[in-house]
Ligand binder design. Structure first.
Ligand code: ZN
Length: 381
């Protein structure tokens, strides 16, 4: 969000007529890597540019290259329109002809990069890129004006002018059909899921998009991160480590965490989400519904909340020493509060799930809940 609001507008003021230099594109790439920390190569810059359209997130990091081209399309279409437009194509042809006729050959060669990046030339190249994406700037503007006869009324002109850049950006940033499905399919290789890879990827993608509509961005991001292997587990770094939730039954690996007994017990107690160890991997990768919850309309949201709780707590405990069951439970509860904060629908869902699970009564107090171990009391407050 901050990237789109504060970084991009500053760069785009120049990019309306200039091409972004490779050094700037490399700097943007470094910023995106810092903005999305995680295991090595867990996602690409293209993933981050297409989060909203392809994976159902609430926003995407804008692509500087595509936005710069779209801004030039807007300038070429609408700038000085009352006087007949900028006539960039004619100006570029005239410049090329002048260069060919010039007697100063050495000067033309020495300054070729400067002449080659002229403003009319940049505008023409932007138009060519839009053609490669499937339309021309003239057709795009006519489509925005709903092909009405000219001259257009002021409101139609204003609407077309306002939407030119965003429509051009969407066209330039569009991925081929099935691109997101293929990405998820590649990521599923390490999960060893049972079923046809193409069908599993399609199921997971459609559920991921639904989660984006029904949960806050932080929850959707946690689910997406899990599918894409963002968890910085010991196994991901080539080492061995015990489960950070101290269940004593598995290693520090994302395929264990989604089936960790402590996570499943927490989900059953607080979300009324009963998932067996055998099906946990399929359920938490969104490729299957839990067998015990047929017909539950909120099941997908509960699964998303459970994944968020696990992911958030894992990140908090990544550098922690061994925790007791009481401490792990407190950390998981805190993550659930964070997941539902400010979301009345999700808070109601959790309350209802707890009421259903415990028959309207408060969850029974755990043996050490009222009197936590003294040595831990201050740290957990
Ligand atoms: Zn575990």
């Amino acid at each position: 969000m901050y990237f789109n609001v504060f970084v991009m507008p500053v760069l785009l003021f120049v990019a309306q007529l200039e091409e972004p230099p490779p050094k700037v594109l490399a700097a943007i790439h470094r910023v995106l890597v810092k903005a999305s920390p995680g295991a090595a190569k867990w996602c690409t810059e293209t993933d981050l540019n297409s989060m909203q359209v392809e994976y159902g997130a609430r926003f995407s990091f804008r692509s500087l290259a595509a936005t710069a081209v779209a801004a030039k399309i807007r300038v070429g279409c609408w700038e000085a329109r009352a006087g007949g437009g900028l006539r960039a194509s004619e100006a570029d042809k005239s410049l090329q002809a002048t260069l060919l006729r010039s007697e100063y050959v050495c000067r033309c060669i020495r300054w070729s990069s400067w002449f080659g990046s002229s403003f009319p030339g940049n505008l023409c190249r932007a138009d060519e890129q839009l053609r490669a994406a499937g339309t021309s700037s003239r057709r795009l503007v006519e489509k925005l004006g709903k092909c009405q006869p000219h001259p257009w009324p002021q409101d139609v002109t204003d609407r077309a002018r306002k939407n030119t850049q965003s429509s051009a950006y969407n066209l330039l940033n569009k991925r081929p059909q099935g691109w997101a499905e293929e990405r998820i399919r590649t990521k599923f290789n390490c999960w060893r899921l049972a079923g046809f890879p193409r069908i599993l990827a399609r199921e997971a993608l459609s559920r991921l998009r639904l989660i984006g509509q029904r949960t806050p961005p932080r929850v959707h991001a946690a689910v997406w991160s899990t599918l894409f292997g963002r968890w910085l587990t010991a196994r991901r770094t080539g080492k061995w480590g015990a489960c950070r939730f101290s269940c004593g039954a598995g290693s520090c690996d994302v395929t264990h965490y989604v089936a960790c007994p402590r996570i499943r017990k927490f989900a059953a107690d607080n979300l009324d989400l009963r998932v067996s160890g055998a099906e946990a991997r399929q359920v938490f990768t969104l490729t299957e519904h839990p067998a015990d919850h047929n017909g539950d309309a909120d099941i997908l949201v509960k699964v998303a909340l459970a994944v968020f709780v696990a992911y958030r707590t894992f990140n908090s405990l990544r550098h922690a020493s061994h925790l007791s069951e009481y401490e792990t439970r407190r950390a998981l509860s805190q993550a659930l509060v964070e997941a539902t904060r400010g979301e009345a629908t999700l808070m109601q869902l959790v309350s209802k799930a707890r009421a259903k699970r415990w028959g309207g009564a408060a969850p029974p107090a755990e043996p050490d809940a009222e009197h936590p171990p003294a040595c831990r009391r201050r740290r957990l407050r």
